[in-house]
Design a protein around this ligand. Structure first.
Ligand code: AMP
Length: 285
């Protein structure tokens, strides 16, 4: 694996590879890598891509500065995992490299409705930061395929919109399934911060998502949501939202809707740690 810290160097390397016919598959990350990230690397490898991963703890997408300060950093371990996973290129830029004139001078994008709900409503400025960093990284890497995790469902929709807004319709956005621990907890870098007792009950978020799915044909959504709220609270979680939405555009739903593809989404905090997860509902009728 080749590691680049400078924009010009990675650009030159990738364009040279492109002249010999290679296609670039890009996986942007914040680091503290786990099997969820590695599943994206594996998918890009299977697709025959030149696999490019970035590790950049982007300050502008952290609306909560404490969350940024406490975000796990394990670059040496990450590099070892990427080598083992068969990643070809790692981009490890500094903040100045990504935002040469300062982040305030970077273009921002209007995600409209998507920025007003769920993560957008609960983390003001978060998607503005995501838009800034992803557009800059795409400008540098110019990938053919962009691999992102369904774990961050709303982020995938924001990035889809970003590709539209920036005219980068030539990039294929591939949304990859969420990798879970054996008990169902979605893998996340933030899980590292859970204490043992917190970790032992953290799969309750996934259990709630499964119950929203399994009760879709025999219960009122409001009742199921209240049960989830109570269950999360009983385990010590403070739910931020428990939502059902149209999976195509994230229009929030007040009730289960037949013939609408649906996604259930939850954000909840335990202590200072905020976890999110979602589940696409399959029709069990
Ligand atoms: P992050 O480092 O959290 O920004 O994540 C980098 C990429 O990995 C994003 O596209 C995430 O959606 C994806 N990702 C994070 N966790 C998982 C997971 N458990 N399964 C699949 N993809 C994930």
């Amino acid at each position: 694996m080749v590691i680049f810290k400078k924009t010009e160097d990675i650009k030159q390397y990738i364009s040279l590879k492109n002249t010999t016919g290679s296609k670039t598959g890009f996986i942007p990350t914040l680091g503290a890598l786990h099997d969820g990230h590695l599943s994206l690397i594996e998918k890009a490898r299977q697709d025959g891509m030149l696999v490019v991963c970035s590790i950049f703890l982007n300050p502008t997408q952290f609306n909560d500065k404490k969350d940024l300060e406490k975000y796990p950093v394990s670059t040496d371990d990450d590099i070892a995992l990427l080598v083992k996973a068969g990643c070809d290129v790692l981009f490890l830029p500094s903040v100045d490299e990504i935002y040469p004139g300062g982040a305030d001078n970077m273009p921002t994008y209007d995600f409209g409705y998507l920025d007003t709900i769920l993560e957008g409503a609960n983390r003001p400025g978060h998607f503005k930061g995501v838009g800034q960093v992803v557009s800059r990284l795409l400008e540098i890497v110019e990938p053919d395929n962009l691999y992102m995790g369904q774990k961050d469902y709303q982020q995938c929709m924001v990035v889809r919109k970003l590709l539209e807004l920036t005219g980068r319709n030539n990039i294929n956005l591939l949304i990859c399934p969420t990798t879970r621990e054996a008990d169902g907890l979605a893998m996340s870098s933030r899980n590292r911060r859970l204490t043992e007792p917190q970790r032992a009950i953290a799969a309750v978020i996934y259990q709630c998502l499964v119950s929203i799915e399994s009760k879709q044909n025999n219960a009122e959504l409001s009742v199921v949501k209240k049960e989830c709220e109570d269950l999360l609270a009983a385990k010590g979680f403070v739910p931020e939202y428990i939502a059902l939405a149209d999976a195509r555009n994230l229009t929030l739903l007040d009730s289960y809707e037949q013939d609408t593809p649906m996604v259930a989404l939850i954000a909840a905090k335990i202590g200072e740690i905020r976890l999110i997860d979602n589940l696409l509902l399959t029709d069990s009728r």
